[in-house]
Design a protein around this ligand. Structure first.
Ligand SMILES: [Fe+2]
Length: 170
């Protein structure tokens, strides 16, 4: 783990649960190309390329750029990028409270009983316990502001993803 990575409290076994090469590199190149077109600056840390244990990255997956995860100070911030039609799967949090801000593109967000179509500039808070997911309608970038992110705080609806996560929760 690099020093920069440890500074933001990244999960320690990330290489184990990330998408493997060459798919990881391909996804990152496509993502970075889109960011350049959008003229978005990215933090100088390794991103997380996740498929949530389902091995179908372009359908269920996302790329996370963690900016901060200050557990003692009580805050977290990350960019979350999804490709067109790609979904972050249904989940909730035991304690984490999130606010999503759409930086680029359009997002379809499910939160509780609501389905929201969000465009750039939209702000939506998601309270602990509310089951939520989001999908890119076109390539899209979210900024997530939240209380600290900890692996064991996530509860996924899909049993395979929940089992995948528990392997890393320690
Ligand atoms: Fe969430």
């Amino acid at each position: 783990m690099s020093k920069r990575r440890s500074m933001v409290n990244m999960p320690p076994k990330r290489k184990v649960f990330e998408v493997s090469e060459p798919e990881r590199g391909r996804a990152l190149r496509a993502c970075r190309s889109q960011m350049r077109k959008w003229q978005i600056a990215l933090p100088s840390i390794d991103p997380l390329v996740l498929d949530f244990g389902l091995n179908d990255f372009m359908r269920v997956g996302e790329i996370e750029f963690w900016i901060a995860n200050e557990i003692r100070a009580g805050y977290c911030g990350k960019y979350m990028f999804v490709f067109d039609g790609q979904t972050c799967p249904l989940h909730s949090h035991r304690r984490k409270h999130e606010t999503f801000f759409v930086v680029k593109g359009r997002i379809c967000l499910r939160a509780g009983r609501k389905t929201l179509r969000l465009s750039e500039g939209s702000v939506v808070p998601v309270a602990p316990g509310v089951v939520h997911s989001f999908m890119g309608e076109g390539n899209a970038l979210l900024l997530e502001l939240s209380t600290p992110c900890q692996i064991a705080d996530n509860v996924f609806v899909e049993p395979r993803t929940d089992r995948w996560l528990k392997k890393f929760a320690g």
